[in-house]
Write a protein that binds this ligand. Sequence first.
Ligand SMILES: Nc1ncnc2c1ncn2[C@@H]1O[C@H](COP(=O)(O)OP(=O)(O)OP(=O)(O)O)[C@@H](O)[C@H]1O
Length: 426
Amino acid sequence: MSDEYAIRVQDVSKMYKLYSKNSDRVRDALGLTRKKLYKEHYALHHLSFDVKKGETMGIIGTNGAGKSTILKIITGVLSPTEGNVQIDGRISALLELGAGFDMEYTGIENIYLNGTMIGFSREEIDRKLQDILDFADIGDFVYQPVKTYSSGMFVRLAFAVAINIDPEILIVDEALSVGDVFFQNKCYKKFDEFKKMGRTILFVSHDLSSISRYCDRVVLLDHGNKLAEGTPNNMINLYKKVLVHQVDDQGRDVTSVPADRTGEAEPAATDWKQHLTRNPHCTEYGDKKAEIIDYAVLDEDGIITSSIMKGSRFTIRVRIKIHEDVHYLISSYTFKTLKGTEVTGTNTMFENASFDYSPGDIKTVTFTQEMNMQGGEYLLSLGCTGYNNREEFEVHHRLYDVVNISVISNKNTVGFYDMNSVVTID
Ligand SMILES: Nc1ncnc2c1ncn2[C@@H]1O[C@H](COP(=O)(O)OP(=O)(O)OP(=O)(O)O)[C@@H](O)[C@H]1O
């Protein structure tokens, strides 16, 4: 393999045999029949990509896309059905929580166990021990069996071992999401140091902000196939379309989404919401004198999506059917954190956007604004309320926490909101 590459994945396929009965598996294993007793399931299909030395490569894709499978093949935990993988450099992998750890052993014993598995001598591990303990920062718990650890402590120790044994290639699968934010921050700092030292990182995550912030290139997998490979932002945009089924198996756009930006007459019937996953725990109520019949969240390219890049303009669109004579109608939206704190929101009354309507009308309300919330997960609520002719407040239709919106960010500040400070230093 040329010196340029740390990892070369060449035409790798992984097929699992799926048996409908356990007895079929046994009969097949014992060679008792010539009949094919299983269905073939390809977790990976002719996958090829290269990771250059010094690169941070991300792998993204929906659940079951094959991300963990390719990492396990690269680290040698699984063997491919076809194809091959070439590695140049000492690998340290942080895959599933617990892989390579013995639950009955203490933290210290596991450090030695892992170190020796990777090929270090006891003396070498002795020299690294303090760094590992400092990084893990789990105090006296290192003397306890790891089965007593919380998942957070566990990942601290596992990451501390993985990163401090001086690997040339670091492979991380999602595990960081378990730690608290400060520990995550410490790990990402270590990533930066690592990158500066010219080391290679292969990184799987559902956290698109981290992918955007740390990766040089990204491979997008879907159902075991490589859909595309490219810059983080291009791949994240394509992934957002995969999430709402707007690409074919070659990564091409296949749906023209009806929520238009052209100002043409609105089509009578829309079904934007089918492109978004509705929160199964959404609370819905109201007298339905006016009803929210459809809604969409669109990114700056007019694509319906539940992931918005921080700093970009985006749109919330709501279609309301007016069933009865209502006096003063208000359409609103609110973003909340997953813990239920309201972060921001507005409505047509605050925005002085009153509108005329009559029973039987369908109105589309469009809110367009810049996404300035921090990277993270939020719940969007929509409302259609108003005042009757006695000036009493009425709730016509509310969809509380109807969709989960991810804000993707490669810069975070403190709190919920970014004031976009301009900093100068004299
Ligand atoms: N031991 C197994 N036997 C059969 N099928 C398997 C096995 N392990 C994984 N698969 C299948 O292989 C496919 C890829 O799985 P993999 O875990 O690599 O996906 P992933 O992209 O890492 O998903 P996630 O994001 O949910 O972790 C899935 O369809 C999964 O069901």
